[in-house]
Ligand binder design. Structure first.
Ligand code: VG1
Ligand code: CO
Length: 540
């Protein structure tokens, strides 16, 4: 039976960089998830009888919200729900499933790289029919709906058995439970030279993929160890756990330190990689060579033609504004366009849909292509492996050759986590006010040539998005950028991005190469005085 349940709005159900993210305890409040899901459905038009994809990264509270979402989808008039065994779908696999099944859209339950478990985080995000995160206009509508919601619709039907493949029905709506990996694997087989990668593994090339007890475990086991024949044990932490084994499923040098240390050791494998909670990010580390995500994007753009899916070349590329300009140099050499978008994958969607770009990426370890409308961790790993198999060189050789021909964009992100939100917001206002007076200010010998608050005009749909980060550019192209995170759940996270280009000094230590700019960034914003923090929480 379909019930209409009266409810009242909660404060602050505003979707951030990728959906609504809050502590599990917040989502556990009665009607909290229901309110947001109903607000999503109320913001959509024309879905009656159509398909909705539902999946999550397996974190704590996933199963409960999947069942709720299924019941609400049935009550609201969807014709079919497609979900995967255990309710498990990586974000890129969900994106693919939406596209492949021509679904109306999808609901992805994840807080990505944020920790899980009863004390961790949870999240809900809506992806549209193109497989990509809902555009701003839509998320604004969802938010507006959360503020005036008075009831939601739900079926009181029985739980769906998520552990059995097959079809069932609720209120006339069909529920199909499919295998989470097989469609995604087929897509990867069309893009990459699996035979070349198999031969690489047969030759003794060793890989270690750390799934961080998150969603990519099953995908890694099936594709790397199964289809591609990497030795068993190449995928570690490969069983998704509701609390990610108590770890933070964020593939950076802090949380994937074990992998990093192994890759820097004499006994380390040839190639190391990790992915995050929902499988859309990638960390790439060669033997004795960490590859920054910004460099990785540039390297993949320069070498993508070595993979069958990209053999015809790239239509164009895009990067988020804080991502280093390394890929711009590759685009210039290839004679293709490079677009600069605000942080968050939703902004790439229109460019991908319009066929204006083929590859895109972010400094936060997200890289992807037109194969789906999300960033894709395992895809990046496979593209790297395809390139390594074809070039028959090590990661370190490929990276060094790249720098030698394009120069090197030294790059680092300094995160100040859980700082006082009011202090952080005040700092951004202070910086915004200071923008007109920054020209000529010096960081060491470098002078500021321009400063703005990044605003984006989408040439595909004509929309404008303002206040996307304070950007200070120096005369040699060096940059200092400040942004507040849109994915954190406690206080504010201040991100400071620092970049310096060097055409000749290619072997410097990164923080040393950036020290003048780092000092400048801390000084003019008054970070220590305003936040009480002398040092960042995380440096990547
Ligand atoms: C962060 C990253 C951003 C990424 C977003 C979602 O956002 O900086 O590049 O798109 O996470 O990634 P923010 O607003 O905290 O800086 V994921 O893997 O959480 O979908
Ligand atoms: Co993610």
């Amino acid at each position: 039976m379909i019930k209409t349940v009266p409810t009242k709005p909660f404060e602050g159900q505003k979707p951030g960089t990728s959906g609504l993210r809050k502590k599990v305890s917040v989502f556990q409040q009665a009607y909290y998830a229901e309110n947001f899901i109903q607000s999503i459905f109320d913001g959509l038009e024309g879905f009656k009888g159509k398909t909705l994809v539902i999946g999550g990264d397996g974190r704590y509270f996933n199963r409960e919200v999947i069942q709720t979402t299924i019941r609400m989808a049935a009550a609201n008039g969807f014709g079919r729900v497609l979900t995967a065994k255990g309710g498990l779908l990586s974000t890129p696999a969900a994106s693919h499933l939406i596209r492949k099944s021509k679904a109306f859209g999808g609901i992805i339950l994840s807080a990505s790289h944020n920790p899980g478990g009863p004390d961790g985080d949870f999240g809900i995000k809506y992806n549209a029919g193109n497989g990509g995160p809902a555009p701003e206009k839509m998320t604004e509508q969802f938010f507006a709906n959360t503020k005036k919601i008075s009831s939601y619709k739900i079926s009181d039907g029985a739980d769906c058995n998520l552990d059995k493949l097959g079809t069932s029905k609720i209120e006339g709506m069909t529920i199909e439970v499919v295998d989470p990996v097989s469609d995604y694997q087929k897509l990867m087989e069309t893009l990459f030279d699996f035979d070349a990668i198999k031969t690489l593994f047969k030759s003794g090339f060793r890989v270690r993929f750390d799934a961080m007890h998150a969603i990519t475990g099953p995908y890694g086991h099936a594709i790397l160890e199964g289809a591609l024949g990497a030795p068993k044990g190449s995928v570690v932490n490969g069983t998704p756990l509701p609390d990610f084994g108590g770890h933070h499923p964020d593939p950076n040098l802090v949380h994937a330190k074990e992998l990093y240390d192994l890759m820097m050791s004499a006994s380390g494998p040839d190639f190391g990689a990790a992915s995050d909670g929902d499988g859309d990010r990638n960390l790439i580390i060669g033997k004795n060579q960490f590859v920054t995500p910004s460099d990785s994007l540039a390297l993949l753009a320069a070498n993508a033609h070595l993979a069958p899916g990209y053999a015809k070349g790239l239509a164009g590329v895009a990067r988020s504004m804080p991502t280093s300009c390394a890929v711009d140099r590759v685009a210039a050499k290839l004679g293709i366009k490079c677009f600069e978008t605000p942080t968050g994958w939703k902004f790439f969607g229109n460019l991908l849909d319009a066929g204006m770009i083929t590859l895109c990426g972010e400094e936060s370890a997200g890289t992807g292509s037109n194969h789906v409308r999300e960033k894709d961790g395992l895809w990046a790993v496979l593209l790297w492996l395809n390139i390594l198999a074809k070039r028959q060189q090590s990661v370190v050789e490929i990276v060094r050759e790249h720098w030698a021909s394009y120069g090197r964009n030294y790059y680092s992100r300094h995160d100040y986590e859980e700082v006082d939100a009011e202090a952080a917001n005040k700092m951004m206002v202070f910086l915004r006010d200071k923008l007109p007076n920054l020209k000529g200010e010096k960081a060491g010998a470098l002078a500021v040539s321009a400063a703005d608050d990044f605003a984006y005009h989408d040439i595909v749909d004509g929309s404008n998005t303002a206040n996307q980060g304070i950007r200070i550019v120096f005369e040699d192209g060096s940059r200092v950028i400040y942004r507040l995170s849109g994915t954190g759940t406690a206080g504010a996270t201040l991100r400071v991005y620092v970049e310096k280009y060097e055409s000749k000094n290619l072997g410097l230590e990164t923080q040393a190469a950036l020290s003048d700019l780092i000092g400048f960034a801390r000084g003019i914003a008054g970070i220590a005085e305003r936040t009480g923090r002398m040092e960042p929480t995380v440096i990547t």
